[in-house]
Design a protein around this ligand. Sequence first.
Ligand code: SF4
Length: 239
Amino acid sequence: MIEIIKKNKLMTVVFLIYIFLFIVMPDKAYLSVKNSMYYIIEMIEILPVIFILTSIIEAWVPKEVILNGFGEKSGIKGNIFSFLLGSFSAGPIYAAFPICKMLLKKGASISNVVIILSSWAVIKVPMLANEAKFLGPKFMGIRWILTVISILIMSYLTAVFVKKEDIALKEEQSLNKVTGIDIKKQYCIGCGLCEKLMPQHFKLVDKKAHIREAVLDDAKINELKEVIDKCPVKAIYLK
Ligand code: SF4
């Protein structure tokens, strides 16, 4: 029981707040439960579709496509693609998080992910049409321009302060459960970096990286994480 509580601290706190509310303000507690149920049902309806979509993109869209379209070197083209993806998306903002996580894993840059999330939240095309209808095209146009400028500044600043290693840190505990490493050879461009950094685990054969030793001891995890991050096409992954 204590183990379950430890693993679900946030849920436990929410549960305790509900109990407290039901004791002191039952009407407000009832309203809160009703609102929570509304959002839970909405998530149950939307998230499975998003997870299926994310899995399809993850499995079918090659890393090169993500790297070219949204990667560190995609430049202004990547920014425009990110604005378009966010602006023409459908669904609530929480649907964007699994998609953005998948894009990050496949090589999208932090700044482009900020642009996707921000434009998904505040400059979606259907929302702009409604805004123009109710508040006028001039209001909508000026707000759009200022919002785009703000998003670009935010994306730049976020990329300065947040590095991909910071996001990957959350997965560090689970790295201990890793049983080995593997390479998606179709993505490998044969740069030889992995072999240079961890010759005991990687070797280059016919300009493709191969696994020399797949089993990893705990002491090597951080070293491997660095190689995974440095692989230019993100072809190395953990099993
Ligand atoms: S670092 Fe990546 S691209 Fe370079 S050889 Fe290794 S797997 Fe291939």
